[in-house]
Design a protein around this ligand. Structure first.
Ligand code: ATP
Ligand code: MG
Length: 478
């Protein structure tokens, strides 16, 4: 039997439910003022519900998807947003329509920081597996004889010169393959005997520390009694002894730079609070998306940058390399389906889909290219419960399978000071069929001819709004 609740009681019940969700919830009015936040949202924002309601959402979530929803009055579903504190959320944000009137927006979001970290670890393991299987450690690196030729030669010199090994710096935009490259250097060093077969590879992400003192303890270790609660602990640099120490996101190195410099100069370290000097012999490779010359102490930069290796962004790599990457991602997908589920999968791409995938602009480079290719394949193949694993499954990836983000103008890119998405291929530009499909998809999203033509123009298509309107009419849409 249904118990009858009063309106007030129902409200309390709803609040209790919303407050006990792990998902964060934000509700804003048309101006972006927070009308409601649940406890999870306040927790993520390091604030309180009372402290947030009545304030503008950007104060707590500067990159909130809701801000865009208020601008466009359109939903944003399953978007990933990384906030400045490093936490990552998957957000669904929708317009709030009451009595057919636009009154603001509602967002629900969940924290995926840990999941992302785990998936990064998995990616790291996959890279290691690929590198450890081959004879020449640089073999799995696509472009080693083309756009990365110089980089590979430099890396081999840094590791293999008779006067070395030397430290090195790897610079490249996010997702250009820095981690993979550093690991290749490590395997190369083992292969040619510069490092012993059991030499350690220790990695530290300098941006992960919010407090430089904690960073120093992690890197240099500590002695019991050095500070309240201090225990005897070996630092990462000590653990890397005899091997390679990979300083990722090295632009975030803070004032412990001086300690690192001293360690490099003297070949000795002291744990925090310790007196004993410990001999240290490591190859340091620092990686960064930024020019380290402007952020590191000049002496430290000089020591590390004897070999400064630049990895080009995906957009500067030749088409042949992008094709190899596409092939590699596709084969990895097929291989995974077989290894994990014994499914014989055969993936092919239509010319139009291939044209778009190869020519799109990927601000997050190879990683993003790979993710988009994987998502496109996901969209074209049945899920495993619908597959009879004995038969062969073939899938043709067409333009409809490509995630919409790639086809849509990304305002978000501009806010991150990235260039907008471009599709610049000649053959794509002139392909009537591709154009029609994109127009139809944008139309389905509720966009009008003017907006559609603007988006297409930004992607390199030459099409005016009246031409879009004409095409829509011809296609019998509207
Ligand atoms: N030259 C390449 N050949 C084949 N795969 C590559 C190449 N470069 C990168 N990849 C793949 O792209 C993905 C991202 O590479 P990686 O993690 O090395 O980039 P990164 O520059 O370290 O990224 P971040 O800046 O986010 O740390 C990995 O899965 C890697 O296997
Ligand atoms: Mg990396």
């Amino acid at each position: 039997m249904r118990t009858k609740f009063s309106k007030d009681e129902e409200l309390i019940m709803l609040h209790t439910i919303l407050d006990n969700l792990r998902e964060g919830i934000n509700v804003v009015d048309e101006k972006g003022t927070l009308l409601f936040v649940n406890k999870a949202s306040a927790y993520y924002a390091h604030s309180t519900v009372q402290g947030m309601v009545g304030e503008h959402i950007s104060k707590f979530y500067p990159k909130a998807a809701l801000i865009e929803v208020l601008k466009t009055k359109r939903s944003l579903l399953d978007v990933k947003i990384e906030h400045d504190d490093g936490r990552k959320y998957i957000v669904n944000a929708v317009p709030l329509i009451i009595n057919e009137q636009f009154r603001g927006g509602v967002a629900t979001f969940r924290d995926v920081t840990e999941i992302e970290e785990l998936s990064q670890k998995l990616e790291s393991l996959e890279i290691e597996l690929a590198l450890s299987k081959v004879n020449d450690a640089f073999d799995p690196i696509i472009g080693k004889n083309e756009s990365l030729k110089e980089a590979v030669i430099k890396a081999q010199r840094a590791i293999g010169s008779p006067g070395g090994p030397r430290h090195a710096i790897i610079v490249g935009e996010s997702g250009t393959g820095k981690t993979m490259f550093v690991k290749a250097m490590y395997y190369f060093a083992k292969k040619i005997g510069v490092l012993s077969p059991d030499a350690p590879f220790i990695e530290v992400n300098c941006a992960q520390f919010t407090n430089p003192d904690i960073a120093a303890i992690e890197i240099f270790g500590s002695e019991k009694g050095a500070f309240t609660g201090a225990v005897e602990k070996r630092g990462l640099l000590e653990l890397a002894n005899g091997g390679m120490f990979f300083l990722d996101e090295a632009h975030a190195l803070e004032h412990y730079q001086t300690m690192l410099l001293k360690a490099l100069e003297t070949g000795k370290i002291r744990r925090i609070g310790g007196r004993k000097e410990i001999d240290i012999d490591v190859i340091i490779v620092a990686a960064s998306t930024k020019n380290l010359k402007n952020v590191l102490l000049p002496e430290l930069y000089q020591r590390l940058a004897q070999y400064e290796i630049k990895l080009p962004p995906l957009r500067e790599r030749p088409l042949s390399e992008k094709e190899q990457l596409l092939k590699c991602f596709k084969e990895n997908y097929e291989k995974r389906a077989h290894e994990r589920y014994k499914i014989k999968l055969k993936v092919n791409f239509s010319n139009a889909a291939k044209g778009i995938l190869l020519n799109a602009y990927y601000p997050r480079n190879i990683r993003q290219f790979r993710d988009i290719v994987n998502a496109s394949i996901d969209a074209a193949v049945p899920i495993i419960s619908d597959i009879n694993s004995k038969s062969e499954v073939s899938a043709l990836i067409d333009i409809d399978n490509i995630p919409f983000d790639l086809l849509e103008c990304e305002d978000r890119c501009e806010s991150e000071e990235l260039e907008p998405v471009h599709i610049i291929s000649e053959n794509v530009e002139n392909d009537e069929e591709v154009l029609q499909k994109i127009i139809l998809r944008l139309r389905k999203k509720g966009l009008g001819p003017r907006k559609i033509s603007n988006i297409l123009k930004e992607k390199g298509f030459k099409i005016e709004y009246y031409q879009v309107a004409y095409k829509l009419k011809k296609l019998d849409v509207d």
